[in-house]
Design a protein around this ligand. Sequence first.
Ligand code: SF4
Length: 407
Amino acid sequence: MDTKERMKLEPIPMPEADMSERLAGFGEVNRGYSEELAQAEAERCLQCKNPPCRSGCPVDVDIPGFIKLIREGKYTQAGLKIKETNAFPAICGRVCPQERQCQAQCVLAKQGKPINIGYLERFVGDWLISHPPALTERPEPSGYKVAVVGSGPAGLAAAGDLAKRGHQVTIFEALHRPGGVLVYGIPEFRLPNITVDSELEALRQLGVEIRTDVVVGRTLTITDLRDEMGFAAIFLGLGAGTPIFLGIEGENLPGVMSANEFLTRVNLMRAFDEDYDTPVQHGRNVTVIGGGNVAMDSSRVALRLGAETVKLLYRRTRAEMPARVEEVRHAEEEGVIFEFLVSPVRFLADNEGNLAAVECIRMELGEPDESGRRRPLPICGDGSDDCGCWRASESVGATGSAGYEAG
Ligand code: SF4
């Protein structure tokens, strides 16, 4: 097939679970490519000599290289090709923002049809999990011990790279389960825990030890690690687990929760599962504040917990939303209602002191800020009833409300 013919091929969409199935539980929405679909998508790649897609990848994966191996049916080699620079293809294929990174740089993006690099990466990542390659010899031991504090994406990536260089790596995780934000933050319908566990197992095969329930700074100190346990280096991959609140009136009302707490209770502590007794508030009318992936995750989790309405408030417009395009689409398909150019100014309580409503003001976009996105500005800022600002109490509902602040 020549280049012109390849350019005429249409992108292969990701198979997805039926809507009835999606909202009935926490099963994964994206079902993954079959071999046939992966082959068809791989056929579209032009195998560019100077591939711009690669420069869009933060870890410099040889993208045309692994796609060529898929085309040849060499799926294990394709997976190992990715693993040369990225230890977790099954995870990254699911959660990396490819449309802003590698796929944004693909030469076919100009026609609106970039190669679905993330879907292909996921395919070979899952292939390696279901067809684990024979163990290769471990690298020559360096003689150094390295401690990695935190088992989220940063800690796991560091541990993988260090182990490949022959260092003896121990990961210390404060929670009872390793994975950090991959297990406490990202819901199962986007990243199943079993996928994270499989990638962790591959890390163990490299010789990495993972110790859970160890709070470095409490259970062990940095001095203990260095002076008594003999670690030559310590990598701190502590994550960004502390929520940033808005600092507005009513933020401490029962019913207002950070997305971090909400998602941790549901994802890690399995509050959605009746066999677990983790408490979590089930809001009937839920408001989520924010426009990133965490906001999409919170909205979709709230729907799955039985919310009748879920409204997402974002102070800019759709174009500035930092969430992955696919997550925004999934949220909308599932019934999340988006309100753009609004910003909450206070949470209102009912007679019993519980959250009853969120009061917002209307925004407009000004000049770009330091992030490059246009700065949201209040249209008037005084919040008075006749100023055009928006009082959300009627639509949020007087009882059974919950608000999740996703930042
Ligand atoms: Fe393939 Fe697109 Fe990369 Fe070219 S830029 S090698 S077409 S993925």
